[in-house]
Design a protein around this ligand. Sequence first.
Ligand code: PHB
Length: 348
Amino acid sequence: MTVGALELPHRLAMAPMTRDRSRPDGVPTDLNRAYYRQRASMALIITEGTQPSDDGQGYMLTPGIYTEAHIAGWQEVTNAVHAAGGRIVVQLMHTGRISHPDNTPHHRQPVAPSAIQPKGAMFTPTGLQDMPTPRALTTNEVTNVVQEFRHAASAAIAAGLDGVEIHGADGYLIQQFLAGNTNERTDRYGGTIKNRIRFALEVTTAIADEIGPDRTGLRLSPGNPYNDLTEHDTHDLYPALITALAPLNLAYLHLIHAGDENLTHKLRRLWPTTLLLNRPGADLDTRITDLDTGLADVITVGTTALANPDLPHRIRTNAHLNQADPATFYGGDHHGYTDYPTLATTSV
Ligand code: PHB
């Protein structure tokens, strides 16, 4: 399967998953390297959300990709994955208002399209805390954030990553610009659909220009209310966004299926290149049906790939699957991270 500049050996890819195990300065560790290398038999690894800038960080111990130290750390990861025969793109995640000052080295107030506090609490070093009200970015600052994304994409290529996935989903910064309840701006980034999709388009265009559209993917979750998001016009918003993106000829669109079957099929028809599809919570057989029907070109799985480092081999041989342990998803050490057994280790 050809996906932009990448040749995939099959059509089962690893979805991005926050694991909160990098260094406080955002540099990936030897353990991060081992985790990704173990999963190199997936058609494509999409890394955990990785901040493109200081302000892009929302969670504890997430990696970054914007300093020389980040580049050196990621280079170790990409070398290991490539040596094991794999392909890996980094997901650029700017969390916007889904953040807490206690989770970042700089402790600054989170930034967002508008100063609207998200409902809900998040994990911090001292336990669950409410997310604070963010500060609204000025128009000039929005333009700067676009440049931060461009810089991060350039850093990703310098680190040997095979490409970049832009996180436009799940209520983080880009979707905060798209949705009505998080964007009350009165400048060119707010109000009409044309204005609310502008930030997503500018980020994507800048990255495609920097590293090539054939190494650029974008993740979207139309209609997903995750992270206190309310879109009042999903059925108009996403067709407009996807129609505007189509001429860029990106490597792929990565859709999170938020339950609306008709919308997903409609967006599939509008999208000109490869579609990666993630159906949260669906069993593997249901997901594979999406390949058989042609709805998806590639399917992505998260926790199943986390719990089964040799997942493609297990599927080919109809072997049993390990179950993921949610208690070890976020933070901690090698437990629940690099110690899930392969069939080879289980059977000797
Ligand atoms: C999370 O860390 O909980 C998280 C991160 C990114 C997502 C969804 C959830 O897209």
